[in-house]
Design a binder for this molecule. Structure first.
Ligand code: TMP
Ligand code: ZN
Length: 390
């Protein structure tokens, strides 16, 4: 297998076994036709991009029924609103044009309805803001430029790492951006995944696991420059990247341009580090299985996240261990988890049952969840960062 970006050789370093489509919560009638593939990760020996070895075609992944809504998390809603305020204050002139790639339910873009704006997303719900229900590519970028002109800001949150043809993405952005415009995108950071041991961030939709080194390489290969990087708390540790057509300061955001320092210190890309990460992932699986099998009383899952599909299938945790998974998303309730087929239920059942243990599958929302679940008398079981009972 060769690198999707530069065609260099990939070195495989992690195998998470046979996995179903992470976000395909299913009905019992669909169990027999479920699709599985081998979830493996490699690093490119040339451009350093960490990527999945095998992919599922994107039109299988993000259809009409893509059951993810950014606004279900208040933390994420606040996160987007704060950054929208920063963009308005420093990066977008009053008559400016902003495009969001992967605008989802508009949690971010709804902050810009007073501006010229456009979302691009094949699964968007767009009655409160302008959006193009398409994949973002050179064709859609050219169409937007033809209709609305070039953009001052192109933003994408937790989207770019999903795009298999990253060269086309950056070429399309280059066509869309004004000469002084900024592409700003944020995605989970590979260094944080290694540090936290959050192997469950690895699943089909996340084709790439970014590092500053690899992003610098890929943007430069496509005639753009990496102008700044800033660390974020979201999704267990992310980085926000600022990219433009020319070398310039990023006004007012407090982002320093320590790109070279970041890339020089990125030991998370070294092969020895990658293989020790792989070993620690196997250890986490063994510890979690041992812990869960030692518990008595009712155990359930909390948060039917996409991430949980990797965890549950890799660790072999099924309905014999977790009675059900509680989740606030109406579209998931009444369905079953991919691969392991654990029932997903409305939180009312969780409140009524008062289980003894809840495996925190939505660990990235831990602060919000602990604040909300003060009445829960059982214990939370955590596996990121590290296996423990809270
Ligand atoms: P995410 O990690 O991809 O943001 O998905 C979070 C999932 O967890 C989503 O399906 C909603 C669910 N969830 C709850 O059920 N209760 C909660 O309090 C939170 C924050 C999320
Ligand atoms: Zn490469």
């Amino acid at each position: 297998m060769n690198c999707r970006i530069c065609n260099g050789q990939l070195s495989k370093f992690l195998d998470l076994g046979q996995q179903p489509i992470a976000n395909r919560f299913l009905l019992e009638s669909e169990f027999d036709s479920e699709f599985f593939y081998q979830l493996e990760v490699g690093i490119c020996n040339d451009c350093s991009m960490i990527q999945l070895v095998n992919l599922i075609p994107p039109d299988e992944l993000f259809g009409q029924d893509y059951p993810f809504f950014s606004s279900t998390s208040t933390f994420m809603t606040n996160h987007f609103q704060m950054f929208a305020d920063e963009i308005k204050a420093h990066l977008l002139p009053p008559d400016g044009f902003i495009v969001e790639v992967g605008c989802n339910d508009g949690t971010f873009l709804k902050n810009f309805t007073d501006f010229l704006h456009m979302g691009v997303d094949p699964s968007t719900l767009s009655n409160e803001f302008m959006a193009l229900k398409e994949f973002f590519n050179k064709r859609t970028a050219d169409w937007i430029v033809g209709m609305m002109g070039t953009a001052d800001v192109v933003y994408a949150a937790n989207t770019v790492c999903h795009i298999p043809d990253l060269n086309e993405f950056f070429q399309a952005t280059r066509a869309l951006l004004s000469p002084d415009g900024f592409l700003i995108f944020e995605d989970p950071y590979w260094g944080a995944i290694v540090r936290k041991g959050s192997f469950d961030q690895i699943y089909d939709e996340h084709v790439y696991y970014f590092t500053v080194t690899a992003i610098k390489n890929v943007v430069e290969m496509n005639g753009l420059r990496l102008l700044g990087v800033s660390p974020l708390e979201t999704h267990g540790g992310s980085l926000r990247y600022y990219v433009g057509k020319q070398q310039k300061e990023i006004p007012g955001t407090g982002v320093t341009q320590a790109i070279n320092r970041w890339s020089a210190s990125e030991i998370c890309t070294h092969l020895a580090k990658l293989s020790s990460f792989s070993k620690s992932v196997h250890l986490t699986r063994d510890k979690l299985r041992t812990l869960l099998s030692s518990l008595s009383g009712q155990i359930v899952g909390y948060g039917a996240t996409s991430k949980s599909t990797t965890t549950l299938n890799y660790c072999g945790i099924g309905p014999d261990t977790l009675d059900y998974i509680t989740d606030t998303t109406p579209d998931k309730q009444g369905k079953f988890s991919p691969g392991m087929h654990i029932p997903i239920v409305h939180p009312d059942k969780f409140y009524k049952d008062r289980p003894d243990y809840a495996l925190l599958l939505a660990w990235n929302h831990i602060t919000e969840i602990l604040k909300k679940e003060t009445e829960f008398r059982g214990k939370f079981v955590l596996y990121v960062p590290g296996v423990k009972i809270l």
